[in-house]
Design a protein around this ligand. Structure first.
Ligand SMILES: *[C@@H]1O[C@H](CO)[C@@H](O)[C@H](O)[C@H]1NC(C)=O
Ligand SMILES: *[C@@H]1O[C@H](CO)[C@@H](O)[C@H](O)[C@H]1NC(C)=O
Ligand SMILES: *[C@@H]1O[C@H](CO)[C@@H](O)[C@H](O)[C@H]1NC(C)=O
Length: 331
């Protein structure tokens, strides 16, 4: 940033500070949300094609399903995807994480994770339904992707990306951060090709997770969450180390992701899209959805500091993405 030459001393400093403060805090607030906007950790959203009803899925138990006539609600709890838990034989089968919903052909797929906090004993599974209504889900169990202690990655936080020829599965959390592999044609199982790394921030605790790839114009955008997700009511992270939403960009879905400064996202790169601001704290666990009426939106969970920091208090946030700034998304 360059300052006008005649602006010096204190004036220059305050000008510099105000520009700096504006640029780091100028995030729009989440859109208003009505109905049940909690019970929304690691949300995943989609509008049902047949009748326009919005469906929202979230971490925990058999993964809650909320429905609404609009993306802003009012949201109503209607049931769970895995009413009797996952068929995956792994610790955590009754507490599925990080749902990722997509329409594949004429079937809705929800990818999910079975794991336990702080371990690499993890499996990615999938359930399918034609309508997404409770009681209509078929659990297919593992997609053939799992991890155990000592592996390069942690097999959680699945994200499907569908392209004309191949479907891709991105995943990962801490350890080696974010990886990707390919899916078979039915998008129910991985091909078995070795997963490859698409992002690594090897500082501190290697805190990248929750990959979500979205295509915009000719580019692929890798959104992810960086920082500490959970447990704020027990231990507050150091300032700046709480959850925040980052983005990297590539001309191919498989990698070469860089941030807005051109830094490789395999070498600590990442441009912040949304962080704590105002009464919003620790936004993350995001996805991106091309909403039929609003256009591309980023949706996520966050703490409303006027309500409470407990994981159960986290709320659904939705912001319209603005791509007009040099091809980088902002809110
Ligand atoms: C869950 O278990 C109950 C009781 O065993 C059974 O009636 C129900 O059909 C099961 N639901 C699914 C989706 O398998
Ligand atoms: C990388 O990790 C460090 C340490 O947690 C964090 O402060 C930083 O924001 C992260 N960078 C990116 C691009 O996510
Ligand atoms: C989108 O971003 C551009 C560039 O920063 C800005 O000029 C424009 O006002 C923004 N549009 C909206 C709807 O916020």
């Amino acid at each position: 940033m360059r300052l006008p030459v005649q602006v010096t001393g204190f004036a220059a400093l305050t000008s510099l500070l105000s520009v700096f403060i504006t640029s780091v805090t100028a995030y729009a607030d989440p859109l208003p949300c009505e109905g049940t906007c909690t019970n929304t950790h690691d949300p995943s959203l989609i509008q049902r094609a047949s009748d326009g009803t919005y469906f929202r899925f979230a971490t925990g138990g058999g993964m809650s399903i909320h429905t609404a006539p609009s993306i802003q609600g009012p949201w109503t709890f209607v049931g769970e995807v895995l009413e009797n838990g996952s068929s995956i034989d792994n610790s955590g089968a009754d507490d599925a994480w990080a749902p990722d919903v997509h329409l594949v052909g004429d079937m809705y797929h929800v990818y999910y994770s079975v794991s336990t906090f702080g371990t690499q004993e993890s499996v990615i599974g999938v359930a399918t339904s034609e309508s997404m209504d409770p009681g209509t889900w078929t659990d297919h169990g593992s997609i053939g992707l799992s991890s155990t202690e000592g592996d390069d990655y942690n097999a959680i936080d699945a994200n499907l990306f569908q392209s004309e020829d191949v479907d891709y599965m991105s995943f990962g959390s801490f350890w080696g951060d974010l990886f990707q592999t390919t899916m078979n044609g039915d998008a129910l199982t991985v091909t078995g090709d070795a997963p490859y790394q698409i992002e690594l921030n090897d500082t501190g605790t290697r805190p990248s997770e929750a990959a979500y790839i979205f295509q915009h114009d000719e580019n692929y955008y890798l959104f992810f969450s960086s920082g500490i997700c959970c447990g704020y009511s027990d231990t507050m992270p150091a300032p700046g180390e709480e959850y925040k939403i980052m983005v990297c960009r590539s001309e191919t879905v498989t990698g070469g992701y860089v941030d807005a400064d051109g830094t490789s996202c395999l070498e600590k790169g990442g441009t912040q899209v949304l962080g704590s601001h105002g009464t919003v704290y620790g936004p993350g666990g995001q996805g991106v959805y091309d909403d039929p009426s609003l256009g591309p939106v980023v949706y996520y969970h966050y703490v409303d500091t006027t309500i409470g920091y407990a994981d159960g208090d986290k709320r659904l946030g939705v912001n319209v993405l603005n791509w007009s700034d040099d091809g980088w998304p902002s809110v």
